[in-house]
Design a protein around this ligand. Structure first.
Ligand SMILES: CC(C)(COP(=O)(O)OP(=O)(O)OC[C@H]1O[C@@H](n2cnc3c(N)ncnc32)[C@H](O)[C@@H]1OP(=O)(O)O)[C@@H](O)C(=O)NCCC(=O)NCCS
Length: 176
């Protein structure tokens, strides 16, 4: 990919493309109803990465109480390793980061690609949920990120965050 993807809000009309990426990315893909439910939550942040007018990746983040939960991130196989997930996460943190803001997620312990990606943004392993994934009883690594610590660690490590292009998300896109 010669240029950064455009990052914008994910919309209901994107969901057919999202479902296609989802089915190609996970052994137990989310249903359409799960995406619809997440999009309906006013406090959530759902983003699409668009390349050549098509959805190339997406990110779903929900807020429960005081904590952000990164629920789903996936990139079309044809567009992986081009900085799309990086651009999606960078935009999420642009929107949601405040000093002390906390984020958590679960990831398969075997998913080294995703673990490396999250570590670059300051997520750190903080325990394991045994047999969390129903298909093969694989353990989940629980990861946490705190905004201040991550910002400091990114500065120290000069993490290569590729800048997303114009995304049409104004200040009003910030969640309540
Ligand atoms: C994990 C995933 C979202 C990464 O998306 P991506 O757009 O390819 O990621 P990026 O190009 O932004 O990669 C950023 C960094 O993540 C790490 N990474 C990404 N893919 C990797 C791989 N296959 N192997 C090792 N490291 C990888 C690298 O550190 C990479 O930086 P680099 O390319 O400079 O080495 C994508 O592989 C995917 O959709 N996988 C299936 C769904 C999934 O597992 N989602 C996460 C669920 S928790």
């Amino acid at each position: 990919m010669s240029q950064s993807p455009q990052i914008r809000r994910l919309s209901y009309s994107d969901l057919p493309q999202v479902m296609s990426i989802e089915r190609g990315s996970f052994p137990t893909p989310w249903s359409l109803a799960m995406f619809v439910l997440e999009l309906s939550k006013p406090s959530g942040i759902s983003l699409a990465a668009v390349h050549d007018g098509r959805v190339a990746g997406y990110l779903i983040c929900s807020r429960y109480d005081t904590v952000w939960h990164v629920m789903n991130v996936a990139v079309d196989r044809r567009h992986r390793r081009k900085g799309i997930a990086t651009a999606l996460l960078a935009r999420l943190f642009e929107i949601a980061d405040r000093p002390g803001e906390q984020y958590t997620l679960e990831v398969r312990v075997s998913n080294q690609a995703a673990i490396s990606l999250y570590e670059r943004f300051g997520f750190r392993g903080a325990g394991v949920r045994r047999g969390y994934y129903h298909d093969n009883r694989e353990d989940a690594l629980i990861m946490w990120r705190t905004a201040e610590a991550a910002a400091a660690s990114c500065e120290r490590e000069s993490a290569p965050v590729r800048k997303a292009g114009s995304d049409g998300l104004g200040a009003s896109a910030a969640p309540a």
